[in-house]
Design a protein around this ligand. Structure first.
Ligand SMILES: [Zn+2]
Length: 143
């Protein structure tokens, strides 16, 4: 009997390898640094880091330091949050573009007044320690 292959045979392995290969990301965040990955083959800069290039599918990448300087593209205020984030609501989510090119979707620091938010304003992406002790990043005021 012929076994039909669906194309997911390697998925677990690729997923595992990807996670392991970009685990340095957390160490950078812990040190207060923002790093993306740059594809060695085609030069595509990606954030958050990916072990595989979205454009050319190469797995040949190098770490690239990012300034954290961003421009706000759009944002939204979440009032009715999913159960996991209920205690944080209301909160702001933003899509911002790094000075270096890639776009990032992130939480906006509670210290930033939502009345003061404007599309096109400068923000800074910074690493932050989450309530659960893990490391993440958020958009904060650039000043
Ligand atoms: Zn590439």
């Amino acid at each position: 009997m012929e076994v039909r292959r669906l194309g997911f045979e390697k998925f677990g392995w690729i997923s595992y390898a990807s996670q392991t290969r970009v685990s340095k990301f957390t160490e950078y965040l812990e040190a207060g640094k923002i790093y993306g990955t740059k594809c060695v083959e085609c030069g595509l800069l990606q954030f958050p880091p990916r072990a595989h290039c979205l454009r050319c599918l190469s797995n040949n990448f190098e770490w690239a330091a990012l300034s954290g300087d961003c421009t706000l593209v759009t944002f939204t205020k979440v009032e009715a949050a999913p159960a996991t984030f209920k205690e944080q609501a209301p909160y702001l989510l933003g899509l911002a573009e790094f000075a270096e090119g890639p776009k990032v979707f992130a939480w906006i620091d509670k210290a930033v007044e939502d009345e003061g938010l404007r599309v096109g304003m400068k923000l800074k992406l910074q690493s932050s320690k989450l309530a659960n002790g893990q490391w993440g990043y958020m958009l904060t005021s650039s000043t």
